[in-house]
Design a protein around this ligand. Structure first.
Ligand code: AMP
Length: 421
């Protein structure tokens, strides 16, 4: 019996991998422009990191983690998100002694045992950025700018809405939770089972429940955004000014509270207009570094779901723009032609590093070689067989026009020909 891939995982190759690479190249370019350094942390961590960091009442920790005992009886978890891991690394490596604010980006696979739907997998990748050591709304704005610049660069700005909200500091949130609890008390019995559990464990999350009957009960619910303390109000308004000044489009969505426990003040989500689901989200988490045993350090960050960005780009026919077309394919017939052809290809690769160069490595028939070149969208094919070697020429075929020409068999001539055509 053949072995299949696990549910919720996928193999990425052929056209799809080109879209992944396109996004990854843009991520690297943008991270560099914003002077953000890369960080790579382990795929598995101690389970306790997520219990304490993400919150043991959250859906991720309570239902979705890949947790197991290793051979040394340690409880290990495949990372379901990367902020907790980056914070662990920040503390463990004493990064607070580096110049602050410290800006870090990452890309990597995450693991959540989820019900599968379009754009929802059990292994998926996130690109994220974290900024440590700045309590200012300017750092919040910077994370929004990095993520929205990426969306713009890859051509998705018009397909995605940025929704922002503030969930306040611990003071105003505590007060608000009291108000919300009072409002929900007579209504909670009419709400869904998940909300009933959330009422005692994670009450803020009730606000973004998508169930119809809950929505009905939430019709006149108070929002945290309307119950912020003066400091948080000013902070949120300053952030909006910066975004407006930077011409970053956003809407305020009072229902955004985010699923993870560690957020405070600014929270935001990028929602796909087409799929109606989030492609990314982020926010401020000033308490997390100290919760995990580090020094008091304000922090803010976001994560974008790579798989969902790929889905959106696929629907926009991005491939035509980014396909890796071969500039010149060497069709070679016979051992001597392969020796000469290999040399020419290496010379061209060294001298013209922008060219994409490919050539026969399996002694295919002439027809098969031309068919292969055509399948790779080769612009030119350079044909070399014994006849051509005897005359010290090669045949260059322009695959678009079908025109063939004989030119002298040396790299300068081939380069000149391609450059001029
Ligand atoms: P979160 O860490 O839950 O805030 O998720 C941040 C982003 O990661 C989401 O907006 C999605 O784009 C992506 N994401 C989260 N869970 C999954 C999943 N199971 N499959 C694919 N992408 C996901």
């Amino acid at each position: 019996m053949n072995i299949s891939k696990q549910k919720g995982t996928k193999d990425i190759y052929s056209d799809d991998i080109l879209i992944w690479q396109f996004i990854e190249e843009n991520i690297r370019k943008i991270a560099k422009k914003f002077n953000v350094g890369e960080i790579r942390t382990p795929v598995f961590e101690a389970t306790e990191l997520y219990m304490r960091g993400v919150g043991d009442e959250t859906d991720i920790v309570s239902k979705e983690m890949y947790t197991f005992l290793d051979k040394g009886d340690r409880s290990i978890t495949l990372r379901p998100e990367l902020t907790a891991g980056v914070v662990r690394s920040y503390i463990e490596n004493g990064m607070n002694s580096l110049p602050q604010p410290l800006k870090l980006w990452y890309i990597g696979n995450m693991y959540r045992y989820e019900k599968m739907q379009k754009g929802r997998y059990r292994e998926f990748a996130q690109f994220g950025t974290e900024i440590f050591g700045s309590a200012s709304y300017l750092a919040d704005a910077e994370t929004i700018l990095v993520s929205s610049t990426l969306l713009k660069e890859i051509g998705l700005s018009d397909d995605i809405v940025l929704s922002i909200n503030s969930i306040g500091c611990s003071e105003c949130r505590k007060k608000y939770i009291g108000i919300l609890r009072e409002y929900l008390k007579p209504r909670i019995d009419n709400m869904c089972d998940s909300c009933k559990v959330r009422y005692n464990k994670n009450i803020l999350r009730i606000i973004d429940c998508k169930e119809e009957k809950c929505n009905h009960e939430l019709k006149d619910a108070p929002y945290i955004t309307d119950n912020l303390c003066d400091d948080c109000k000013e902070d949120f308004s300053n952030l909006q000014n910066v975004l407006t000044n930077l011409k970053v489009e956003y809407v305020i969505d009072k229902k955004i509270v985010r699923g993870l426990d560690y957020y405070n003040k600014t929270v935001y989500e990028y929602i796909s207009k087409d799929l109606g689901i989030a492609v990314g989200g982020g926010g401020r988490y000033d308490g997390l570094v100290s919760t995990l045993g580090g020094p008091n350090t304000p922090a803010v960050g976001f994560a974008l779901g790579m798989d969902r960005l790929v889905l959106l780009l696929k629907e926009k026919n991005i491939l035509e723009k980014i396909k890796n077309n071969v500039d010149i394919y060497f069709a070679l017939f016979g051992d001597t032609a392969h020796l000469i052809g290999n040399n020419l290809m290496q010379t061209l690769r060294n001298e013209k590093n922008i060219y994409v160069i490919d050539g026969d490595i399996s002694n295919k028939s002439p027809k098969a070689q031309l068919k292969y070149a055509s399948s790779k969208n080769a612009k030119f094919v350079c044909i070399i067989g014994q006849d051509e070697i005897d005359k010290n020429i090669c045949i260059i075929k322009n695959m678009e026009t079908g025109i063939q020409e004989n030119i002298n068999l040396n790299s300068e001539n081939i380069i000149k020909y391609i450059d001029n055509n």
